[in-house]
Design a binder for this molecule. Sequence first.
Ligand code: HGY
Ligand code: MN
Ligand code: MN
Ligand code: MN
Length: 425
Amino acid sequence: MSAAPDDTAVLRVDSDRLWSSLSELGSVGAYHDSDTDLEGVRRLALTDEDITGRELVLGWMREAGLSIRMDAVGNVYARRAGLDDSLAPVLVGSHIDSVATAGRFDGCLGVLGGLEVVRTLNDHGVSTRRPFEVAIFTEEEGARFGTDMLGSATAAGRISLAQARSRADRDGVSVGAELDRRGLVGDQVVPMPARPHAYLECHIEQGPILAEHGTDIGVVRGVQAITWLELEISGRAAHAGATPNALRRDAELAAALIRVRLDEMVTSGDYGVMLATVGRHETTPNLVNIVPSHVLMTVDLRNHDGDAMDRATIDLHEYLRAVEERTGTTISVAVTAQTPPVHFPPQMRDRVAKAAAGLGLSSEEITSGAGHDAGEIAALCPAGMVFVPGLYDGISHNPREYSTPEACADGINVLLHAVLGLLED
Ligand code: HGY
Ligand code: MN
Ligand code: MN
Ligand code: MN
């Protein structure tokens, strides 16, 4: 049993300290967002801003007495020893890389919340039977290197280290080159050599449900399936005025037909509750009087139902063939991310629900719309997530992303009390 000098049931995190950590990290990669006239955060994975953010958080972790190790894809594991240090650790964490138009909470709450749990245990001289580790996963967003949850997927073995290192950004810079250049290749191998005892991640909901219901905590039942495609549509540049319609191979027409078809697939209900997004779209030569010869477009599909997602992906591929036929273009498809739905085990959901109840907080079960590192680490050990509500319809991947100091502290108090039980398993 741990030598807890005072009853751990009364432990609470330091809300001001958590908030100031979120604010300070949020100032790294800050920019003025002209769309919202707000200060946004831009800390794409393995950029100077991400490295600066990592160094800030690693400094705090060392100050908190944590021993730092890193794996071959730059994931950080900061460890607080247990009384029996031979036992598998309880792991918490998330990511601090961001999308290009981010707020201060996505991912950061899970990493800094884990650090706040350590600081709180330290403040109260609480020792724990199991070791406790806080992870920072590399390139969770996929915003720079184009695949979702790259670091945690490599740690869990869904993608190989070679696949991870070979992912390249739009300038052709690879993950491997960046990791090597920045000295972020640790001595720990991937997939993770030893499975954690359990994993928990606190994250903002990034949607409107908890706030609409006035619920304090989301007990996450799982993560929906994700499929990312990169389509390269090749047609032929031609004069906009002199080329008869029948002779055109218009890449933009193909792209438009695909986008409308995606909307039909979503609104038809034929594929369950599905979402489709074309987030990236580049037209060449992008000039007023030339029929576009080339379009690069991404497709992001989300679906709660794995079978419906598979059907949608097959039907979309078939539709692309019909578009080629109709427009005389050729369309190449790269699948850049593909994850099935993930279901978190009842025992982890119970721990989160009980911790919330013990703190007098209301909670409800919810499925995550967004992908998370927890969805990857769930392949290694029992995993779970704690959601906190956001304001403004829970908007995220937008500088308007916001949650309150109270909601963040509630979420991390739930994380604290859920892990305290796991640490004594
Ligand atoms: O794509 C996602 O859902 C996550 O934010 N990376
Ligand atoms: Mn996130
Ligand atoms: Mn995100
Ligand atoms: Mn995520």
